[in-house]
Ligand binder design. Sequence first.
Ligand code: PLP
Length: 445
Amino acid sequence: MTGSSSWEDLAGLSTPALRTEVPGPAARLVMERDARVTSPSLPRAYPLVPARGAGSMVEDVDGNVFLDFNAGIAVCSTGHAHPTVVEAVKRQADDLLHYSGTDFYLPIYSEVCERLDRITTVGGSARAFLTNSGTEAVEAAIKLARHKTGRQYVVAFLGAFHGRSYGSVSLTASKSLYRATFGPLLPGVIHAPYANAFRPYKPGEEAFSLDGLDYLRDVVFTRLVKPSEVAALVLEPIQGEGGYVVPPAEWIRGLRSLCDEHGILLVADEVQSGMGRTGRMWAMEQFDVVPDIVLAGKGIASGLPLGAMIARSELMTWTTGMHGSTYGGNPLACAAALATFDLVENELAANAEKIGGVLLDGLRSLAATSSLIEEVRGMGLMIGIEFADHDTAAAVEDACFRRGLLVLGAGDSAIRMSPPLVLREDQAEAGLRIFEEALGEAAAA
Ligand code: PLP
């Protein structure tokens, strides 16, 4: 029986409460049905079968309660079922479920774009195109950048994840599996090392000998393509799927200078790093660099499907009918987004910075005594823990799950923590205790 406690009771917990082994009997039934009918391409990380959530806690179909450091993969920014968000969605559902914002005028669509303009720095006033997902925001940016500049080429970075549709997967370079057998992909995409790492960052390993900016100048722009033919450089300010890798600020500033020098648009893919997660609205603010286009998704509507391409107004030169979407910016997602913006601006970005500090300090203390942890890195509630190899990271992830703490692998050999931004200090401390036990189990194995 699930759902026996109130939202407040569930959200108020700080420690997991497991009633069965995981997965339990009800979860196993769901998994059996699922295995018969769902696409085998879905990469399930471990057998979690959630039934409801409140704040930073999730209850599964067997009534097991987990402490969620995944937030539905950096999506449930305001926590699970935040009452203000739920209320806003219910109110909107009573009024209007859908009308296409592409073909008609939706007041709430423009309101979301106004808010995005207010909270996003792109070097002038901004316009936004709303989508249903991160990948659609990336597609929109590729199209707009090519259209605006009249140039064909796009530069992305090794280790990047930008999505799985044809344009975005052409930029994605975190795993060859995402691209295998689907080619040819979008022509005109060139990859360069992220900062100075020619592959997902591994502490202790020799980095590629060319500095990342030199590689762009001396290899990409000298040997492969004239910079005057490059429309955009697409960058995750902190690599997400690639391992929660934080690059040096000078590298990002160097990219801005290169873009300025050659009239290239700098596109910041903030689908994972944005919406307060690092302690600022957008991670680019942490590096003091202003991009031309910002891409948002995941956390911007607390779990409802919404993405956005936010560009400096003067860049939006495409004309009527050149781009659109039936559902993008649907009223329910917009209502959730407006409530999310308020919560993140007023309190949750600051909470991410504060509680992120507690987690980072705690993890760094653990790293000082655990032989397994190679590095702890991150900003706010976007934290990566690097291990020597994939198997160790997977063993720790599994040991956490069996103890009721939800974390997720990233990169080749890291674990990411991306909890809801409502995470409390008692919950952060509880998570650290469980993580320490999981490290102990993996070390003893
Ligand atoms: N860009 C980044 C940085 C992401 O992390 C993701 C998803 O993980 C995407 C784009 C794609 O977003 P979606 O899965 O909503 O299409």
